[in-house]
Design a protein around this ligand. Sequence first.
Ligand code: HPA
Length: 254
Amino acid sequence: MPRIGIIGGSGLQALSGMSQLKHMDCETPYGSASISVGELGGQDVAFLTRHGAGHSIAPHAINYRANIRALSDLGVENVIAVNAVGGIRADFLPGHLVVPDQIIDYTWGRESTFYDGRPSPNQAAEEISVQHIDFSEPYDERLRCILLSVLAALDMPHGYDGVYACTQGPRFETAAEIRRLQRDGCDLVGMTGMPEAALARELNIAYASLCLVVNPAPGLQAEAISLEAIMAVLAEGMTQVNTVLSSSVKNIVC
Ligand code: HPA
């Protein structure tokens, strides 16, 4: 039974080094999720790619509830999520890896809780009630420390904290929106951090994020955002992400 889940984002459609792969379509009360289960670093791991095969699901259209519920149903208790982000903090440059410690949610209209008081088919009674979880520290400190110690041991340039701003997408932000995020104290901007992190907390899954900076946030450099440049950083950076993940899972005690 996999106790570790990895959620891949843009650029991470599969985990190299994962063996004995078994693909499963998992049904949940919220819809289905496609998950690969296999072995990585001597651990049973469930891998889910949140944008679907061929990167076909936009950030606002991802079924975050089905994904998290399916991982939980498989027995997953620890999730490392991978997110491609724009860098807002001056030293968060393309290619840097960052382990954020806080998040601000700027999204709207996403199904963002299991506890909305609205029953859906096959839903367990305890999920129908309204509940308010503590989310003051959104990321699990134990998992963050594992990621940070692996990054340090591998001598990869990285940021050990940062506030992740989750915007709605799928468009990139305006320069004024990024200035507002700067005033709010945000260091990174991405489109997929929420409600994923909060849903994991609702199901008592320890959750941390490994962010790859793929561009300076919009408006912070003279040139417009270039998808070609982002793809180039993703290609190189995800090799490093894979290395970090393989080492990190070994250190997760299940
Ligand atoms: N903004 C929002 N999401 C992103 C960015 C960005 O600049 N880069 C990668 N994902």
